[in-house]
Design a protein around this ligand. Sequence first.
Ligand code: SF4
Length: 360
Amino acid sequence: MPGLYIHIPFCVRKCRYCAFHSVPYSPKLVKPYIESLQKEAEKRKEVFRVTFDTVYIGGGTPSILHTAELLEILKIINYNFNLSPQEFTIEVNPGTVDREKLTYYKSKGINRLSIGIQSLNDKELEYLGRIHTGKEAVKCFEDARYAGFENISIDLIYGIPLQDKNSWHSTLNGITVLNPEHISAYSLSYEPETPLYGEEPMKEDLEEKLYYNMIDYLKCKGYKQYEISSFAISGYESRHNINYWGGGIYLGLGASAHSYDGTYRYANPRLYDYIKGKPHEREKITAEKALEECIMLGLRKRAGISLPEISHRFGRTVAEKLINEASILGLDIDGERVLVPRDKQFVSDAIILSITSHLC
Ligand code: SF4
């Protein structure tokens, strides 16, 4: 299920928590950026001679592009690659789209939106430095439905210091009333070199409560958790992400984008170097690295890791070591699979680190 990703590194302005590589939108930058995408696509099409089942335009804020700019990008990928996307997603931020733009997306074959709502509470949105209010976020969702989108994902953030159980519940309630097909919820992180770095985070025990409250609440509303941060109505799980998590092939075009061809991982340079034509870096994925990624991504999935697959790819000894480490850490070993039990999901990063440091 190869996936094609196109990175759009432009935003209205920087959110206070954002450590992603993005710069303020400027038509003067977009033009050479699209020219660089064109050059990269021409080079990469020789290596990635596959049919792409999913396409994902992410950022940054892809919805900040004018439709004529987006059209240029769509022409580039359609001309250079074999696309047969079951799922074609674009990331959208409230405050950068209207019904007309959303209808245009639909007319171009985009069939899934990922809307960065983050919260419906205006004080929390202000704390995060978002450009929209809760009301504008809801309007964006309604406009997307009006435009005909039947597969919409919403991104949320928990662990915002101003948040409490009531405000989180109020956001979850306001979101589920809209009936999106998919919800992703991430814990607020305080990355170096962001304005938030150094501020007092939410107390961990409260953040943990918010996380488990969300799992229970979304389950009641019909959302199945299929990954630590991802919830979907059955049949609407993100195919594009499932391909990443399953170690599938993907091509990432654009500044800072990554690709994987089954042997090598490629990392593109940041925006200004990308426009100057600096080539990507390449790293061979050794068996050790592949095992580390398999454990890291596998344990994030609710379905966990397949032991026969580990045995087949890395040998029986590795599978036995994994079972041993998993039982020491109290993971569920369910016949043929190893998975993080519900009550340990909040600390799964630490569990993953412990297992990979012993096995890889
Ligand atoms: S919109 Fe997204 S990518 Fe852009 S600054 Fe905010 S968090 Fe970062």
